[in-house]
Design a protein around this ligand. Structure first.
Ligand code: FE2
Ligand code: FE2
Length: 180
């Protein structure tokens, strides 16, 4: 059984993950229209990931005899200034999510809610990975600069990252199957 304050904070986190998923889907759609196929593929996958983050919390709350509430999402921006500004927004968004996870973690520790603390550990690692990845992308964008072919090279870089992530996910699945 979850304490009321933790239940409320977990439901608020569902809202945050659902909004992240919608925002990334909107970014994917914009990238698609701009011809940035590598960036679009990155954001379609990222949107799916955020939905998975949301679903994990839904299942956790309900498994713990709480009630997960599915929120309405805010309409995300549909037009963006530049691909550079999109990734800056993503970085700010991920940092805000990290802060929220950290606050939730503090709440569960102060409430001696060990099950929630263990559950949230996965999110702490996930946020570290996501922030690291977006920092890497921002570094690459900075190095590529703003020459006439910069969009082409940024998109190529995202394609490379997508392939590396798909390979890592495939390896993780294979490891899972080998253990099962
Ligand atoms: Fe997330
Ligand atoms: Fe995220």
């Amino acid at each position: 059984m979850l304490k009321q304050n933790i239940l409320e904070a977990l439901n608020a986190q569902i809202n945050l993950e659902a909004n992240s998923s919608a925002t990334y889907l909107s970014m994917a759609s914009w990238c698609d229209r701009e011809g940035l196929r590598g960036c679009a593929a990155f954001f379609y996958a990222q949107s799916d990931e955020e939905r998975m983050h949301m679903l994990k919390i839904v299942h956790y709350i309900n498994d713990m005899d709480g009630h997960a509430i599915i929120p309405a999402v805010d309409k995300p921006d549909s037009v963006f200034e530049s691909i550079q500004s999109v990734f800056k927004m993503v970085y700010d968004q991920e940092r805000a999510v990290t802060e929220s996870i950290n606050k939730l973690m503090t709440l569960s520790q102060e409430g001696h809610d060990h099950a929630t603390t263990v559950f949230l550990q996965w999110y702490v690692g996930e946020q570290r990975e996501e922030e690291g990845l977006v920092r890497e992308i921002l570094d690459k964008i900075r190095l590529i600069g703003s020459g006439s072919q910069s969009l082409y090279y940024i998109d190529k870089e995202l394609e490379r990252i997508n392939k590396a992530r798909a390979a890592a996910a495939g390896a993780a699945d294979a490891g899972w199957e080998a253990k099962a």
